[in-house]
Write a new protein. Structure first.
Length: 344
């Protein structure tokens, strides 16, 4: 763990140099006017229990993970970004040109030193665990140094209005970031488009039998050391299942991606299986082909009706975690429900 005093010095340098280290005409220091042409507004937005002040729009934002990076790119804010980090898979074709304009401060998880070198005036992440002393520094330390931080609402549902679904929390991220960057119109359009995509996928549920006849599904995220990791009851796939009229077979497990046994998967005997393809990540057991091979080789799993009947859907694994891309996989699952005969 990094020594706290050393970290404090590093962050102090970060603050002292932020906003004054770029020369006129530098691409990474664009004009601070809001992206939609609106003037900056007073007030604040709340991010996982912490107030984020609204004032001059950030012009040197750093996104600490791929999901946050792609949200800003979707909002057309690449010219407001001083850095990105922690790329897990290839950037989609529609973002590549914009992504190429953003400096990569760390290929994996960014440290405080790497964040300092980017001289940010705003830092965001999809999860709070990127803001720790041995990573980018804590939110408290950065706030004390007047560097605002933002964490996705999906990572802290208990700090948001009760009853909000993971997708609604995700859409609130777009809207709050729109306020922070003065890009309310773009954020509003994005949220409206994705709400419409959720509603379209939700139409599938009305065509699925209710009650005990609802199809059950296992989401196979990865296979590590021969053991499967599946979607538990707290992750986005449970909400996806509810929307399309299915039942996550591991809803009773209070984790996002628990490790389970193949025997437990067999015990749940799902009607169909959703495989998250993480082949771009490159770890053993990540690709859809490897996961299929693991199931086919297992003496019990290979006999499941879902495996024997190829009741299997393949989706991009990264889209099973909350991001601007998640509605795409929600649509794939809705369409797959129809193709597999579970929706009339």
């Amino acid at each position: 763990m990094r020594h706290p005093t050393r970290l404090g010095i590093a962050l102090a340098v970060l603050l002292a140099t932020a906003g004054c280290s770029t020369a006129s005409g530098d691409r990474s220091a664009p004009d601070a006017r809001p992206a939609d042409g609106a003037s900056a507004v007073a007030g604040s937005v709340t991010s996982c229990g912490r107030e984020v002040p609204l004032g001059a729009s950030p012009k040197r934002a750093v996104a600490l993970d791929q999901s946050s990076t792609e949200t800003l790119l979707e909002l057309g804010l690449q010219d407001r970004m001083a850095g990105t980090a922690n790329l897990k898979t290839k950037i989609p074709a529609r973002y590549r040109a914009a992504y190429a304009e953003v400096p990569v401060i760390a290929p994996k998880i960014a440290t405080a030193e790497q964040l300092r070198a980017a001289t940010p005036d705003f830092v965001l992440a999809g999860s709070a665990d990127l803001f720790t002393q041995d990573r980018a520094g804590t939110r408290e330390e950065l706030d004390a140094l007047k560097v605002p931080t933002f964490v996705s609402a999906v990572d802290c549902p208990e700090r948001n209005q009760a009853g909000k679904t993971p997708f609604e929390l995700l859409f609130s991220d777009y809207e709050n970031l729109g306020k922070v960057f003065g890009a309310e119109k773009r954020a509003g359009v994005l949220a409206a488009d994705q709400r419409a995509a959720v509603a379209k996928a939700g139409a599938t549920a009305s065509k699925v039998p209710e009650g005990a006849d609802r199809p059950t599904v296992v989401y196979l995220y990865s296979v590590f050391n021969g053991m499967p990791y599946v979607a538990g009851g707290t992750g986005l796939p449970s909400e996806m299942s509810r929307i399309v009229g299915a039942q996550n077979a591991f809803d009773d497990v209070d984790e996002d991606w628990p490790e389970v046994s193949w025997e437990e998967v067999a015990k749940r005997d799902p009607d169909f299986i959703v495989i998250g393809d993480l082949s771009e990540r490159g770890r053993p057991g990540d690709s859809a082909a490897e996961k299929r091979a693991s199931m086919a080789a297992h003496p019990v799993i290979s006999r499941l009706a879902a495996v024997r009947g190829d009741k299997i859907l393949e989706v991009p694994g990264i889209e099973l975690d909350p991001s601007v891309r998640s509605v795409h996989t929600l649509g794939l699952i809705a369409d797959g429900m129809k193709d597999l005969g579970y929706a009339r």
